[in-house]
Design a protein around this ligand. Structure first.
Ligand code: ATP
Length: 430
């Protein structure tokens, strides 16, 4: 695909105009860096997270248990994990205006001006639990889903009778009071994560680390992000978090350049042993065959659902000039597209609407479909292209005679005539 001018602005505009992503509280002027997902965005998000889960659940090489943990946990969790003390970014104030910046993100023109010394700013959102506010009532919105997994390690292992190696997968909202959010949904204060903690024996850590890097990279390609827009970047020694012995980021080529999409880290046994010593609970793994007590090592593939959605919008957006007019499209694949099949009766005549509705009743049981009756057929094709619908089915007056319809392929724009009774089979075979 050729490089597209002003890609970022175009994505933000279409996301809003076609119902993918709206600025939050927009009727009140909007809340900066906070977003609501519209009908197509909500569908797309579901399809991405569904594909993520399917990919790990259906792979017979791994054993993964899902979990869905609370956003508000005991503050002891964040004390033990180190987030209360260390989940900070350095912040400076620009004295004349009172504006605040992350120390490494001060705009060039302000660097020589009157700035305060950097001080550490904790990124966790604090709130209070219960009606009385006191020193024991403070709680935090989780800044990652991973800790919900570690504190449930024993619960899952015991109830599922899980044997090493096995993984636990958690998906959901996380919150970080980012000093400098921005670039649309790339960096927000409220976002969704898809995290896996894969517990294994120390002697197999490298093998599993490589397995997960490869598996996650293949998944991004599988959902339709082109290979050339993805790369791996291993963290330098001085970048590594203190608990990680190795980290590889899967990076994406955003409109402004390469940046993180997912991080895969070998966290050793840091998390389980921190929670073990803080809680006093035994979080080791007992191997009944060898009678050994083991401290499992954990490999963590930590991805962002909302960031993946953004990467997908950027990498599947395309423009094509056809007969002097430009059509814009998202080249979503069939599995991921919010609407998979557009059903378009050529006119609003009752006989055609009836056939369209019958076709939808059959297809909707298996696919995400939409009947669109407004505007000319050309405009409707353009709208379906713009929201990334891979196929359109057009019902015309001949359909009433030959009981056939036209299928239009979004990418090739080729059309083929097919019997209505064969439609379901046609799409099931894709
Ligand atoms: P970054 O360096 O971009 O701040 P991070 O290294 O702090 O990210 P992790 O803690 O590894 O991120 O979180 C795992 C994933 O969660 C990231 O790869 C990203 O996809 C997503 N993520 C993290 N912070 C945000 C955010 N503020 N907004 C949207 N997604 C985020």
């Amino acid at each position: 695909m050729e490089k597209i001018d002003n890609l970022f602005d175009k994505i933000v505009k279409i996301a809003n105009s076609r119902g993918f992503v709206f600025n939050a509280s927009s009727i009140y002027g909007g809340l900066r860096s906070s977003y609501d997902y519209g009908p197509l965005g909500a569908l797309l998000k579901n399809n991405i997270s569904g594909s993520w889960w399917k990919d790990i659940n259906q792979d017979s090489k791994v054993s993964i248990f899902p979990i869905d943990t609370a956003i508000i946990q005991s503050s002891e969790v964040w004390k033990a994990s180190g987030h209360l003390a260390e989940f900070t970014d350095p912040m400076v104030d620009h004295k004349p205006t009172g504006e605040r910046f992350r120390a490494d993100q001060v705009p060039e023109n302000l660097k020589k001006e009157d700035l305060t010394e950097p001080r550490q700013f904790n990124l966790m959102f604090e709130t209070n639990i219960g009606p009385v506010q006191n020193e024991n009532s403070a709680v935090y919105l989780r800044p990652e889903t991973a800790q919900g997994i570690f504190v449930n390690f024993e619960n899952v292992q015991r109830t599922m009778r899980a044997k090493l190696p096995f993984g636990i997968a958690n998906i959901g909202k996380s919150f970080r009071n980012e000093i400098t959010p921005g670039q649309f949904i790339f960096r927000t204060r409220e976002f969704e994560q898809m995290e896996i903690e894969y517990f294994c024996r120390k002697e197999n850590e490298n093998e599993w680390f490589d397995f997960w890097v490869n598996k996650r990279l293949e998944w991004y390609k599988g959902i339709g992000i082109p290979e050339e827009k993805l790369r791996l970047r291993e963290h330098e020694e001085n970048e590594l978090a203190h608990y990680a012995s190795k980290t590889v980021d899967i990076e994406f080529d955003y409109p402004w350049g390469w940046g993180e999409l997912e991080g895969i880290a070998n966290r050793g046994s840091f998390d389980l042993s921190s929670h073990e010593s803080s809680s006093g609970k035994d979080l080791s793994y007992f191997d009944s065959e060898t009678n050994e007590k083991i401290a499992p090592v954990v490999i963590e593939p930590a991805g962002g659902l909302t960031r993946t959605l953004f990467a997908l919008l950027c990498s599947t957006y395309d423009e094509e000039v056809i007969n002097d007019t430009t059509r814009t499209l998202f080249r979503f694949n069939f599995e991921i597209a919010p609407v998979q099949i557009g059903i378009l009766p050529l006119s609003k005549k009752e006989e055609l609407i009836k056939v369209s509705n019958e076709i939808q009743q059959t297809l909707q049981k298996f696919f995400r479909t939409e009947v669109d009756v407004t505007q000319s057929i050309g405009k409707r094709y353009r709208r379906q292209d713009e929201i990334g619908t891979p196929y359109c089915v057009t019902i015309d007056f001949d359909s009433l005679e030959d009981l056939s319809v036209t299928i239009r392929n979004r990418d090739s724009m080729e059309q083929e005539r097919i019997k209505i009774e064969d439609l379901l089979d046609y799409f099931l075979k894709i």
